[in-house]
Write a protein that binds this ligand. Structure first.
Ligand code: 6PG
Length: 477
């Protein structure tokens, strides 16, 4: 690096795999002078060779050069593998930085790691910002949805840069300061959990239309294309039509028939469920999606039981419309659960997250971008303390209108023997919330019977225990 570039770059990116390179290019294209660095310099060189003309880049061979190239306060975005590699890069950078400088982790880190790193760097006077970045390679280049955590002070410096490279919907950037320390990565994690649930519901729709409804993948692609012009309009529905319509060049078969039916996962969906269990928030849609992926990979068990059969069943003429309604209603449940989880974490960690703002920044750039996020945003803008999205007037009536079709879909699937854990569990969740009395009262009775775990009563204050093994009289516990 020539000395003339010292102290001139506005921001830096280290870790130049596709996401990192694309983010650096996005920054450069928006007029920011970007310092770039990678563990192997060859990748840095190739970025400059291929895309150097897109803006002002400062290639750095070492972390020390990278840090020296920056204006103060320095801002370095790290785009490396979550876990150990992230810690190693943070340690190296932190030793080269000064109080007031910022390290931004743009990977899918676990929010607890982000909290730990933020606390450690704060002691050294450095800002650590865990920023969720969604939108895949395309989003990183052309405008992702960005969910930064960290201190409000760091956002003052970083916000304008991130907002200018983020996606933009109706003049609003898909980037906002989510909250302190790990809030950004937590919200990104739940985003991914919802992504899992959404994809599972889409997959169940396809499976049912194909195996019970007898439609071919190309026909189902058309169905999704049509759905994408209604209230289901979303990136995932749009690309479902693309994937289902794709034909394998080698075999001439539908692409979906030549792909192994074992879904993989990098872990953010699992983390979402693990954290939901800790917080006591039922995210059944996300959990079913994670388990459905795990089940798909249990090839030993599957091959031992496989009989290929679908039971003959009277499929309602309305199947396609019914599935559309079930997909919409189940999706509302999945989002309602995800937003509940964010609210619960926000209370637990004192993050003060604005749920409406999360819906706003998910409208563009990210994988779960969807037109109906406008409705979610409106719902939380109207009532920030909404107990559940399902209570909002618009969603309540939308789900009520869908519920008959939704039940028909679950019944048809169950009779046909096509698994729809996402649809069925979403419906069960909805029905549970609607129920005046839940059988949890019996569970309480059983707990008290075998373990004297006590119970409360509907008609008076206090905690009670019944002497089950004696005269069954009730005592104050
Ligand atoms: C995004 C995606 C991105 C990644 C997922 C895939 O928001 O851009 O969510 O983060 O594609 O992590 O996750 P799985 O490999 O676990 O399906």
């Amino acid at each position: 690096m020539a000395n003339s570039t010292e102290g001139t770059a506005r921001i830096a990116v280290t870790g130049l795999a596709t996401m990192g390179s694309n983010l650096a290019r996005n920054l450069a294209r928006h007029g920011f002078k970007v310092a770039v660095h990678n563990r192997s310099f060859a990748r840095t060189k190739s970025l400059i060779e291929q895309h150097g003309h897109e803006g002002e880049f400062v290639p750095a061979e070492t972390a020390a050069e990278l840090v020296a190239s920056l204006q103060k306060p320095r801002q370095v975005i790290i785009m490396v593998k979550a876990g150990g590699p992230t810690d190693a890069v943070i340690d190296e950078l932190a030793d080269l930085m000064e109080p007031g400088d910022m390290i931004i982790d743009g990977g899918n880190a676990h929010f607890a790691d982000t909290r730990r790193r933020e606390a450690a760097l704060k002691e050294r006077g450095l800002h650590f910002v865990g920023a969720g970045i969604s939108g895949g390679e395309e989003g990183a280049l052309n405008g992702p949805s960005i969910m930064p955590g960290g201190s409000p002070e760091s956002y003052k410096h970083l916000g304008p840069v991130l907002e200018s490279i983020a996606a933009n919907v109706d003049g609003q950037a898909c980037c906002v300061h989510v909250g302190p320390d790990g809030a950004g990565h937590f919200v990104k994690m739940v985003h991914n959990g919802i992504e899992y649930a959404d994809m599972q519901l889409i997959a169940e729709s396809y499976d049912l239309l194909r195996r019970a409804g007898g439609l071919a993948p190309a026909q189902i692609a058309d169905v999704f294309r049509t759905w994408n012009s209604g209230d289901l309009e979303s990136y995932l529905v749009e690309i479902t039509a693309e994937v289902l319509g794709h034909v394998d060049a080698e075999t001439g078969k539908p692409f979906v028939d030549v792909v192994t039916d074992q879904a993989e996962q990098k872990g953010t969906g699992r983390w979402t469920v693990q954290e939901a269990l800790e917080l006591g928030i039922p995210v059944t849609g996300i959990a079913e999606a994670v388990f459905a992926r795990s089940l798909s990979a249990r090839t030993d068990q599957r091959s031992a039981l496989q009989d290929g059969g679908v039971n003959p069943v009277d499929v309602p003429d309305t199947l396609v419309d019914d599935v559309r309604a079930a997909l919409y209603a189940s999706k509302v449940v999945a989002y309602a659960q995800g937003f509940d989880q964010i609210r619960a974490a926000s209370e637990t960690y004192s993050w003060d997250i604005d749920l409406g703002a999360m819906a706003t920044i998910w409208r563009g750039g990210c994988i779960i971008r969807a037109v109906f996020l406008n409705r979610i945003r409106e719902a939380y803008e109207k009532s920030p303390d909404l107990p559940s999205l399902l209570v909002d007037e618009y969603f309540r009536s939308a789900v009520e209108q869908a519920v008959e079709a939704w039940r028909r879909v679950v019944v048809t699937a169950v009779q046909a023997g096509v698994p729809v854990p996402g649809f069925a569990s979403a419906l069960a969740y909805y029905d549970a919330l609607r129920s005046e009395r839940l059988p949890a009262a019996l569970v309480q009775g059983l707990r008290d019977f075998f373990g004297a775990h006590t119970y409360t009563r509907v008609d008076k204050q206090g905690t009670f225990h019944t002497l089950w093994g004696a005269d069954r009289s009730e005592i104050d516990a």
